[in-house]
Design a protein around this ligand. Structure first.
Ligand SMILES: Cc1cc2nc3c(=O)[nH]c(=O)nc-3n(C[C@H](O)[C@H](O)[C@H](O)COP(=O)(O)OP(=O)(O)OC[C@H]3O[C@@H](n4cnc5c(N)ncnc54)[C@H](O)[C@@H]3O)c2cc1C
Length: 71
C-alpha cells in the first residue's frame, strides 16, 4: 500500500511523523506533528482524515468519543 501510494503523483508521502493535535477553522485544518528528533511540524490542509487506529489521536483531537469499547 505504501509503495502504491508513493507512486501516485498527487500524493506526497511524509512517513515517520507523529500526529499530536489539530485545530479546525472555517477554511481548513492546522495539524501539529513531531518527527523522530522531536522537531515540531505544522501542516495546513483542507481536510484531515483519521486512520490512526482504535485509540485515534485524530478522533480525540476532534472531540469525538469512541462508540463502544474494547472487546
Ligand atoms: C491483538 C489484536 C488482534 C487483532 N486481530 C484481528 C483479527 O484477527 N481480525 C480483524 O479483523 N481485526 C483484528 N484486530 C483489529 C485490527 O487490528 C484493527 O481493526 C485494524 O488494524 C484497524 O486498522 P486501522 O488501519 O484503522 O488502524 P491500525 O492498524 O491500528 O493502524 C493505525 C496506524 O496509525 C499509526 N498511528 C497511531 N497513532 C498515530 C499518531 N498519533 N501519529 C501518526 N501515526 C499514528 C499507527 O502507527 C498505525 O500504523 C486485532 C487487533 C489487535 C490489537
Amino acid at each position: 500500500m505504501k509503495d502504491k501510494c508513493l507512486q501516485q503523483k498527487l500524493i506526497d508521502g511524509h512517513f515517520g511523523l507523529t500526529f499530536v493535535s489539530a485545530i479546525e477553522d472555517d477554511e481548513g485544518v492546522t495539524s501539529h506533528l513531531t518527527d523522530k528528533e522531536g522537531r515540531a511540524h505544522v501542516v495546513r490542509s483542507l481536510y484531515l482524515v483519521g486512520a490512526d487506529g482504535g485509540g485515534s489521536t485524530v478522533r480525540k483531537s476532534a472531540g469525538i468519543k469512541m462508540i463502544g469499547g474494547p472487546m
